[in-house]
Design a protein around this ligand. Structure first.
Ligand code: G3I
Length: 458
């Protein structure tokens, strides 16, 4: 009998004896006692930012190795660190972290390939096509070097303005609005196996213009086939940028675009139970979203934080577990509730036997709706399936309940936003071969549609 099985059986016996058997709380002995193993029980990782110069600190390394199963180099993979002189690459410090992670079986998140900040001097003074080429060369060289070692890259970091919903002005932005997608394409070409993320701060509150702007970009990228796999929400919370009550909505909404979401730089300024409760809420929100597949805290001890005076982390300066740690671990261990996002498994396949009679003219398609609802809104994923003959265009009409309104649509064009709303195909998804399907989605306020949709083919 394995050690894990023996321990699990012992826990079950102890729980039964105590009259409080809660099997799902203890998938294994480890899962109940460390952040990484508890997250792994639901298929997620729990990581931390790591500084190479702290790998000689035994308290730091002790906590790192015990608690975490993913690392993000805090500064060592940034552009100034990896390409201090143009075309002269230095990976020494980043490699120390990557090698440590490999020896401990930890994943590595790469941070970050293209950013307006922490550029080396030579890049800061560049503009235009020379800068565009240098940026793409950097992305290619670094992603190629770490091929197979970095699981996920923050390809582009912090490209949106803090207010107003536009792009941040920078030398990279001035090379052309397409610099972000160019960076993603270069990263995909260099390492097709890595997951590619857009990473930013203050995109946690669903109502903020910056969040909506990033959402719109990701939706556009998905619709045009720009290779993006994930959105990283840095989630640096403090009094000026507090944990928002609609955080789960934000995670769900990004996920509904067909990308993973990751919490990439979590820290929460504060102390005691207030801070602990917020940590617990963040974890619960992630666990409630199937595609929220990992959380990284931005440092180990409060003293390791870029905002040390705000004591925003899970361990105090001496390495002791804080109340925030306990709340985080508890939330991770209770996180086996079913996700609220639509399942990622494909929907049931359409029947393979052809219908005995051809579908009535002009109605050769059908549609089904999957809803993901919360208190004040919903996202709907609509699957359009062709009948026995190919359709070359389609329109789905859905009737929204009173008070509901469509706010965003992707992979379709809507006419109207309330009542009976018509969604027609866009240029790239009108043609559906016989028996095949395509999907579009929309987001709305209020209650989602429950009436059966109608589908008309052309
Ligand atoms: O290592 C030098 C040291 O030799 C020197 O004496 C000292 C003097 O200032 O600087 C030290 O380098 C500092 C480095 O952190 C290591 O501590 C840099 O000045 C300082 O700028 C750098 O700050 C980093 C910051 O990014 C820079 O933008 C923080 O550590 C790092 O936590 C922070 O991380 C960012 C993410 O990349 C993106 N999201 C926001 C997040 C927090 O700002």
């Amino acid at each position: 009998m394995s050690k894990r099985l023996r321990t699990t059986l012992a826990l079950i016996a102890a729980g039964a004896a105590a009259g409080s058997l809660t099997l799902f709380m203890a998938p294994s002995a480890d899962a109940a006692t460390t952040l990484g193993a508890s997250a792994a029980a639901s298929g997620r990782y729990f990581g931390t930012a790591v500084a190479a110069n702290k790998l000689s600190d035994s308290t730091y390394v002790g906590i790192l190795n015990r608690e975490f199963n993913s690392v993000t180099p805090e500064n060592e993979m940034k552009i100034d660190a990896t390409e201090p002189q143009q075309n002269q690459f230095t990976f020494t410090n980043a490699d120390r972290i990557v090698n440590h992670a490999a020896a401990q079986g930890m994943k590595v998140r790469g941070h970050t390939l293209a950013w307006h900040s922490q550029q080396p001097g030579w890049m800061q003074s560049m503009e235009g096509s020379a800068l565009r080429s240098a940026m793409l060369n950097h992305v290619t060289r670094v992603a190629t070097y770490y091929k197979g070692k970095v699981v996920t890259w923050d390809v582009v970091n912090e490209a949106f303005a803090d207010s107003g919903g536009g792009r941040r002005d920078s030398n990279l932005q001035r090379t052309g609005n397409d610099w972000i997608e160019a960076a993603f394409r270069a990263a995909r070409a260099a390492d097709p196996g890595a997951k590619l993320c857009y990473n930013d701060y203050n995109i946690d509150n669903w109502t903020w213009a910056k969040t909506q702007a990033v959402y719109t970009m990701v939706r556009d990228f998905k619709s045009r086939g720009v290779p993006i796999d994930c959105v990283g929400l840095q989630s640096h919370f403090n009094s000026g940028s507090p944990y928002p009550g609609n955080y789960r909505t934000t995670l769900e909404s990004f996920a509904a675009l067909g990308v993973d979401v990751q919490i990439t730089e979590l820290d929460i300024e504060g102390s005691g139970q207030t801070q602990a409760t917020t940590y617990g809420n963040v974890v619960k929100d992630c666990l409630a979203v199937a595609r929220c597949n990992g959380i990284t805290v931005w440092g180990i001890r409060d003293s390791d934080s870029w905002r040390a005076s705000g004591t925003p982390l899970l361990f105090d300066g001496s390495g002791n577990k804080k109340a925030a740690y306990t709340a985080t671990l508890d939330a991770l261990n209770g996180g086996t509730t079913p996700p609220t996002t639509p399942p990622t498994t494909p929907p049931t396949t359409p029947p393979t036997t052809p219908p005995t009679s051809p579908p009535p003219t002009g109605t050769g398609c059908s549609a089904t709706v999957t809803l993901n609802s919360w208190n004040t809104g919903f996202t709907a994923t609509v699957r359009v399936t062709a009948g026995a003959t190919q359709v070359n265009g389609w329109a789905v009409t859905l009737t929204l309940p009173s008070g509901a309104a469509v706010t965003n649509t992707w992979n379709a064009q809507n006419t109207g936003t309330t009542g009976a709303v018509r969604f027609a195909n866009v240029s790239y998804n009108g043609r559906i071969s016989a028996g095949s399907s395509t999907e579009f989605g929309f987001q709305g306020t209020g209650t989602g549609p429950t009436a059966t949709p109608t589908c008309v083919a052309s």
